[in-house]
Design a protein around this ligand. Structure first.
Ligand code: BES
Ligand code: MN
Length: 457
């Protein structure tokens, strides 16, 4: 059996930034590393080409009557910048205390390695384990998985006969309190580009004559929320479902302190959506955020200019039952109606993702006829987490998005069991990302137990 921490270090050393073509070699390196590791465990590994970054499919077949689990992960990572804020270089793994630092340590290389190591240990102990396992590891998650839906459709015949998907690409609030994520928010992203005059202008010669595109854009942005924190786009909340009582009860069991959360964020006060606590707002409601804004002079000192252009990048997070296409249409309609006629503008579609929800067995709104192996996997997860982390898991929806989980449900008809392994302190997408090795060890033991229980039933 290999040393999982050493293997994770090796994985992190491959700088696999999917969004930046300069990291093409890192993508190849990370992919070959994972493919080689799975091959060494006896898996039949196939690297399936896509228009951009290939998907690794690694199979352990067996008797068609055995349960079949697909373990999902992604080998790509977010860009590491701003590099100067890293305490140790992003792609040189560094162990400080019980944390391993490096880009992708938590999202998603550490959690993925946790499951690979769990499978390795389990198969070493029980080479005849009656379980079919397919690793499905993609390289475009951090850029919105543009190739993945087509990949799923192309591989539908061999994948849709699986029983469920198992993964860790979500978080838990504390080392002793695991969350099994049963909902993910969807996404709709776009850019708005506003143009005033055909070129930048001297603000003395022409000031007072035309509308400044930055002003037009700022007024548009300001119009997109009401003062109580709700999104001010007509129809935006129409399809939001009421929160189930059991979900509120689960959230209450988290026992999070608003004051501690406020301090963790470093803000003077919350500005959550009206009628909801900050914790409820992040998990149960949709949002509209500005991710970046620009236009005009950004350098030292001053420049008296009326810029020709301004832009903003917008993302909406959606909750289950909201449709990305519908929300995009509502948002664009509001923008078109509000933009003044004395500027021109362009709406640029960016990617989107459908929200996802799976209700674990035994809840008021569990869909009837939930597949037996899925229900068994949920129950096995509950038992394993309780035993290994010392506390039963909580079942909560998550504020983040893993859009392919809804694609897998739509194309293959499969639900996912999402075991949360990263922690709030892990700095996902930020400088000094790290993964807690305690979560890795306990995660391995948990994954091993769940897979064994699914096989043995
Ligand atoms: N692992 C994250 C999703 C996540 C983050 C789940 C935090 C739970 C808590 C995933 O890799 C990710 O970053 N997703 C992106 C969306 C993607 C389409 C770029 C996200 O949520 O912004
Ligand atoms: Mn991510």
């Amino acid at each position: 059996m290999f040393d999982p921490v050493e293997k994770l270090k090796e994985f992190i050393r491959h700088p696999s930034v999917s969004a930046d073509p300069k990291f093409a070699a890192g993508m190849v390196g990370a992919r070959e590393f994972v493919a080689g590791l799975l091959r060494s465990l006896g898996f039949a590994v196939e690297v399936v080409p896509t228009p951009l970054h290939p998907v690794i499919l690694a199979e352990r077949g067996g008797d068609a009557r055995w349960p079949h689990v697909i373990i999902y992960g992604h080998y790509d990572v977010q860009p590491a910048d701003p590099l100067n804020l890293w305490v140790s270089p992003a792609f040189e793994p560094a162990l400080r205390g019980r944390r391993l630092y490096g880009r992708g340590a938590a999202d998603n290389k550490g959690p993925l390695m946790t499951h690979i190591a769990a499978v390795a240990r389990l198969l070493e102990r029980r080479p005849d384990l009656p379980l079919r396992i397919t690793f499905m590891i993609e390289g475009e998650e951090e850029m919105g998985s543009p190739s993945f839906a087509a990949f799923l459709a192309q591989q539908r015949d061999r994948l849709q006969k699986a029983d469920f998907v198992f993964l860790s690409d979500t978080g838990s609030p504390r080392e002793d309190q695991v969350v099994i994520t049963c909902g993910l928010r969807g996404l709709v992203l776009c850019d708005v580009e506003v143009t005033g005059a055909r070129t930048d202008l001297h603000s003395g010669l022409h000031g007072g004559v035309l509308r400044n595109p930055i002003q037009a854009l700022a007024e548009l942005c300001a119009s997109l929320h009401t003062p109580d924190g709700r999104v001010n786009v007509p129809g935006f909340y129409d399809d939001v479902l009421p929160v189930e009582p059991w979900e509120r009860a689960e959230l209450a069991k988290l026992g999070q302190s608003e004051e501690q959360y406020r301090e963790f964020l470093g803000i003077p006060a919350f500005h959550a959506t009206a009628g909801f606590s900050p914790f409820e707002s992040a998990r149960f409601l949709p949002t509209l955020e500005f991710n970046g804004i620009g236009g005009g002079y950004q350098g030292e000192g001053t420049k008296t200019v009326i810029p020709s252009k301004a832009f903003v990048k917008i993302s909406c997070r959606l909750v289950p039952n909201q449709s990305p296409a519908k929300i995009r249409a509502l948002l664009y309609a509001a923008i078109r109606e509000r933009m003044p006629p004395d500027v021109t503008f362009r709406l640029v579609d960016q990617h989107e993702g459908t929200p996802y929800v799976v209700v674990p067995p035994g809840r008021a709104n569990t869909p009837p006829g939930q597949p037996a192996v899925l229900a068994r996997a949920f129950r096995a997860a509950d038992t394993a987490v309780t035993e290994i982390f010392g506390k039963p898991p909580l079942y909560l929806r998550e504020g983040g998005s893993v859009p392919i989980i809804a694609d897998i449900k739509r194309v293959l008809g499969l639900d996912s069991v999402l075991l949360g392994l990263f922690l709030p302190e892990d700095n996902l997408h930020a400088p000094n990302e790290s993964f807690h090795l305690g979560m890795m060890e306990k995660g391995m033991a948990t994954s091993e137990k769940i897979l064994a229980a699914v096989a043995d039933a």
